[in-house]
Structure formats: structure tokens, C-alpha cells
Design a protein around this ligand. Structure first.
Ligand SMILES: Cc1cc2nc3c(=O)[nH]c(=O)nc-3n(C[C@H](O)[C@H](O)[C@H](O)COP(=O)(O)OP(=O)(O)OC[C@H]3O[C@@H](n4cnc5c(N)ncnc54)[C@H](O)[C@@H]3O)c2cc1C
Length: 566
């Protein structure tokens, strides 16, 4: 049996940051469905926040101002000590990344350049043109290679195995062998990213179906604030490839079919740089009220920025527009529409990234610390992955050093887990009639997009919950049409779907339950924030196959809830 002290699931920024901070005396491995440079982190464009104060307009910036903007942007649902921790760590983290070799863009004079981003009081977002995630991921990957971190690429974890409530390890599908393997680990760190592909319109990579979060939920770990899903205001119409907030940070305008910069009606001061939830709703409202183009999109106009600025600051955006929309943003406005982008909720963890299960940790987008509250500010997610990835690596090391041999019977539990997974696959293969997986996946995407999108209400959310429950029943009839088990996308898809079923139920039930509007969660039937009743986190538990909801207090330090005005 493969054995490690620490197994990190996911090799995006959070996973690699965890691997690099793990105790080098321990045996640490990173396992992922894809090669590290194909994790979704590679797609991050706009930048990463830190109050360096390098911009002339940012001289008064500080960790406190960053924390305040983060808490306010999150509509006061963030745990304030967690947000403060992240913002305190931001400057040293950027300096460390720079020393590791991240080639950040520069201002004349040589200091790291910073651009304005939505909901931020100062230009605070450090960047490498519009390829920030790519350069950060390449740098951390190089460091992982340098330190000989063991990488299992093209392995999908299909089960988290616990014994007596403690971590034993995982069972994983090895693509190249077409086999399932148990992996013993004293500590497991989930760094499995988000679940954008549960939606039809998403900026996320094909790998982000939430399977990692779902299998943690199935193993009994509670999820927090799953109803809070970020819809990015500006995805390329039709393709939904992200057009980074950097385009507005650099001065882009949002314009409706009447030629009006309509953000004046929604956020007169911040205009295009209001937080994402506000801008996404403004765009959707314009489209719904007939002020969009072809009833589907509005324009993001960069033409006034000039060719030089676009080529220097937004080269990848320009390339995306030319390749995927056949237009050059130097000359033509970009058609854009909102799309699912980010998950504020996730596996419930404390500031040390520990879950309630001894030996299991989580960091990055899949976790909910919570630093983003009800709405994440652009540039804060990359920061979270590195800051909390590092903390998770340290916490897991501390645990693994003290865990001794782990729970008695761990290896037998893993073998039992393996047999269960194999039986499951045999079950799909034995069936001669039933539903092919792509039908179910497509139904899920359509349902989530139509019923749990930017605007929500009781009727639609009820239908969403019922639809998910129906799919849980239909999943019982899933069939595998192929027989080859090597590199089987069908096996991957069936597991992805199975893991995302209860996850989708947690999202939709949470959204139905929360009868208020806060951050990204907009209820047309409860359009006001209600601090008296709802200033609390939602917790979702899976008990005897049923999703149940509870709540948890929000932790406050010094920021009093106030109305968000921009
Ligand atoms: C297009 C785009 C642009 C963005 N731009 C920015 C930006 O400019 N600034 C910012 O702050 N944020 C940005 N974000 C958000 C940010 O990039 C992500 O939240 C962050 O990179 C997530 O990192 P992660 O390490 O948590 O997960 P990911 O990078 O998504 O990695 C998840 C990993 O988990 C693995 N995995 C999942 N399930 C399993 C399983 N069952 N078994 C094995 N492996 C599994 C995957 O293979 C992958 O390796 C952007 C997001 C998108 C989609």
C-alpha cells in the first residue's frame, strides 16, 4: 500500500503552497486529477491583493483597510479575525512569492505594480499583466520540483476513509492503470478548488465539478455557507471565458444598448469598480429590462484605453477576444454577461485550516475559513490560497508528527473502502439499462443555472431542491457504457456526479433556507439584508444520507455591520 505522512488532494495554488510549507522531514505527496499546470489556478488573470501602498493613490493603505474592505465586501458575514489574519499576512506573502521568483509587473522605478479592483479603497492588486495565476502556479510548481515533492498526477480521489472519526487516508482512481488504489496518510489536506461546472455558464475549468468537496461531505465533514456563489459580472458572451476585473481596473466601461454607462444608476461612486455581486446584478437587471443587446449581453468597452495600454496591461484578454469572439478590444467593445465564478462556501475550517475531523484539513477555494463572507473581493482568492495553503501545510505537519500510528485498523478500513469503490463501479457496469452519465450532468447544469443563479426566490429554489432530489434517485440507475477502465472519462464523470449530488443539495437547501439578501445571495422575495435573523453562517451536515442545516456564529473583532454603499 502507498503510504505518506501527509497527502494533499489538489495541486492548484493552495495544494502546492501546503506542500511547500509541510515539514520536509515528513513524507508529503500531492495527488490530483490533472498535471499541476492544468489546475484552475492557472487561469487566474487579474491579480492578488496586498496593501503594499506602491501606487501613488495607495499610500495610506494598510492591513486594517484591507481587512475592512474585505469584511464590508463580504456583507459582514466573514469571520473578522480570519480576514484580519489573511490581510496581515498579505504583504509578507507577496514578498515571499517575489523572492521565490514570481515575475510581478512593475511600476517605473521597479516596485511591484498595483491596480485598482472592485470594492477596494486603494489600488491594492499586484499582478503579472493579466496572467497572475499562471506565473504564481509556475513558480510554486518549480519550487515543488526543486524540493522533490512527490506528485501523483491523473489520480482522482474517490473516497476519504475515516475510522473512529479519524483520518486513515483515501481511495483513488489511477487513470493510467485503470485501477483503484488505497493510500494511507496520517493527515489529508483538501485543496480541491471550486465547483463551477455544476453551472452551464461558468468561467471555471472543466475539472471543477466539486467532487473533492462532495466526497469530504459524504465522509461526514460539514460544509459552510454553500448558498453564497459568486457570479462574475464579465464573462465573454456565449463562451463564458473570464474577462478579468482588471479590464475595469484599468478603466473599462460597462455600457448598455442605449450607450449609457449604467453603473451610475447602481453604484454612483464606485461605478464599474463596485463589488462583483452588485455589478453582476446590475448587468443582469439591464439585460432583463431590455437594455442589453439581443436580450443576452451588455458591452465592456476598452476602446478609449488605447492600444498601448491594452497591449501592455491586458494582452491575454485581447488574445481571448480575438481568438474566441473574433474581435479586437482595441477597436470594438466586448460583449459580456455574468457567469458562475467562485464559491465562497466550502468545507468548514478554523483559522488553522483544521476541520472537525482529526487529521483532515482544507485550504483554498474548497474551504470556508471564512474570509470572504457573502461575497469575495477580486484578488482575495489568490491571496487566500497562498496564505491558508501555507497554514494548512504547517497544521497538517504538526498533526502528522503527533499522530503516532493513527487509528487502529486504518489499513483494513482502507481495504474495505477500496472494495466498496470497486463494487460501485461493477454495479454501474453490470446494469444493462439506465441513464448515461452525460444526461444527468447536463440536467444538473441546466437546473442549477435556471433555479439557483444570480436572482433567486422561494419557488425556483424549491424546484431546485426537488430537481436535485430527483437526480439523486435517478443516479441509482446510472450505467457505464464503456468497459475499458484506463483513462476512462466516464468513470471520472460518474464519480464527479455522485460526489456533487449532496453538494448541490446543500447549495440549494441553504439558498432556500436563507430568507434574506446578503452579498451574492439575492432573494427577490426577501430583498433586504436581515442582520437580526441571518447574521450567521449556514452549516450543512449529511446525516444518514439526508442534508440537514444548522448554523454557526460569525466572529467579530472591530467592524460593525453597516449598509454597503459604493
Ligand atoms: C478564470 C478565473 C480567473 C480568476 N482570476 C482570479 C484573480 O485574478 N485573482 C484572484 O484572487 N482569484 C481569481 N480567481 C479565483 C482563483 O483563481 C481560485 O479561487 C483559486 O486559484 C483556486 O485555487 P485552489 O488551489 O483552491 O484550487 P484549484 O486551482 O482549482 O485546484 C484544485 C485542484 O484539486 C484537484 N481535485 C479536485 N477534486 C479532486 C479529486 N476528487 N481528486 C484529485 N484531485 C482533485 C484538481 O485536479 C486541481 O488540481 C479566478 C478564477 C477563475 C476561474
Amino acid at each position: 500500500m502507498i503510504r505518506h505522512d501527509i497527502l494533499i488532494v489538489g495541486n492548484g495554488l493552495a495544494g502546492l503552497a501546503a506542500a511547500l510549507s509541510a515539514d520536509p522531514k515528513l513524507s508529503t505527496a500531492v495527488i490530483s486529477k490533472v498535471h499541476p499546470l492544468r489546475s484552475h489556478s492557472v487561469a487566474a488573470q487579474g491579480g492578488v491583493n496586498a496593501p503594499l501602498g506602491n501606487s501613488p493613490a495607495g499610500r495610506d493603505d494598510s492591513p486594517e483597510r484591507h481587512a475592512y474592505d474585505t469584511v464590508k465586501g463580504g456583507d459582514f458575514l466573514a469571520d473578522q479575525d480570519a480576514a484580519e489574519l489573511m490581510c496581515r499576512e498579505a504583504v509578507p506573502t507577496i514578498i515571499e512569492l517575489e523572492h521565490l521568483g514570481v515575475p510581478f509587473s512593475r511600476f517605473p522605478g521597479g516596485v511591484i505594480a498595483q491596480r485598482p479592483f472592485g470594492g477596494a479603497g486603494f489600488p491594492r492588486t499586484c499582478y503579472a499583466a493579466d496572467r497572475t495565476g499562471q506565473v504564481m502556479l509556475h513558480t510554486l510548481f518549480e519550487q515543488a520540483l526543486k524540493r522533490n515533492v512527490k506528485l501523483y498526477n491523473e489520480f482522482m480521489v474517490t473516497k476519504l476513509v475515516l475510522k473512529n472519526g479519524r483520518c486513515c487516508g483515501v481511495v483513488a482512481y489511477a487513470y493510467d492503470r485503470g485501477e483503484f488504489v488505497p493510500i494511507r496518510a496520517r493527515a489529508v489536506v483538501f485543496a480541491v478548488g471550486g465547483y463551477g461546472r455544476l453551472y452551464l455558464r461558468t468561467t471555471n475549468a472543466y475539472t471543477t465539478l466539486g467532487s473533492g468537496i462532495g466526497l469530504a461531505f459524504q465522509a461526514g465533514l460539514p460544509l459552510k455557507d454553500m448558498e453564497f456563489i459568486q457570479f462574475h459580472p464579465t464573462s465573454l458572451y456565449g463562451k463564458n471565458i473570464l474577462i478579468s476585473e482588471a479590464a475595469r481596473g484599468e478603466g473599462g466601461y460597462l455600457v448598455n444598448c442605449r450607450g449609457k454607462r449604467f453603473m451610475a444608476d447602481y453604484a454612483p461612486q464606485a461605478m464599474e469598480l463596485a463589488p462583483r455581486d452588485i455589478v453582476a446584478r446590475a448587468i443582469q437587471t439591464e439585460i432583463d429590462r431590455g437594455r442589453g443587446f439581443e436580450g443576452e449581453y451588455v458591452h465592456l468597452d476598452l476602446t478609449h484605453l488605447g492600444r498601448d495600454k491594452i497591449l501592455k496591461r491586458l494582452p491575454a484578454i485581447r488574445e481571448i477576444c480575438i481568438k474566441f469572439a473574433g474581435l479586437d478590444p482595441v477597436e470594438t467593445p466586448i460583449p459580456i454577461q455574468p457567469a458562475q465564478h467562485y464559491s465562497m462556501g466550502g468545507i468548514d475550517v478554523g483559522n488553522d485550516c483544521a476541520t472537525g475531523v482529526p487529521g483532515v484539513f482544507a485550504a483554498g477555494e474548497c474551504s470556508c475559513v471564512s474570509v470572504h463572507g457573502a461575497n469575495r473581493l477580486g484578488g482575495n482568492s489568490l491571496l487566500e490560497t497562498v496564505v491558508f495553503g501555507k497554514i494548512a501545510g504547517r497544521s497538517a505537519s504538526l498533526y502528522a508528527r503527533g499522530a503516532g500510528a493513527g487509528p487502529a485498523g486504518a489499513e483494513k478500513a482502507l481495504q474495505d473502502g477500496l472494495r466498496k469503490v470497486e463494487k460501485q463501479v461493477e454495479g454501474w457496469e453490470k446494469r444493462t439499462e439506465g441513464v448515461p452519465i452525460h444526461h444527468l450532468l447536463q440536467r444538473m447544469k441546466v437546473l442549477m443555472t435556471a433555479k439557483a443563479g444570480v436572482f433567486r426566490d422561494r419557488k425556483n429554489l424549491r424546484e431546485a431542491v426537488d430537481g436535485v432530489l430527483q437526480m439523486r434517485r435517478d443516479y441509482g440507475r446510472v450505467i457505464r457504457t464503456g468497459r475499458n477502465r484506463r483513462y476512462s472519462q466516464e468513470i471520472v464523470n460518474i464519480f464527479e456526479f455522485e460526489h456533487s449530488l449532496e453538494l448541490a443539495e446543500a447549495i440549494t437547501r441553504g439558498a432556500l433556507h436563507r430568507e434574506e439578501t446578503r452579498g451574492s445571495h439575492f432573494r427577490t422575495d426577501f430583498p433586504k439584508r436581515d442582520d437580526k435573523k441571518w447574521l450567521k453562517h449556514t452549516l450543512a451536515y449529511l446525516r444518514n444520507g439526508k442534508v440537514e442545516l444548522g448554523s454557526k456564529k460569525v466572529r467579530f473583532t472591530k467592524y460593525k455591520p453597516e449598509e454597503r454603499k459604493y
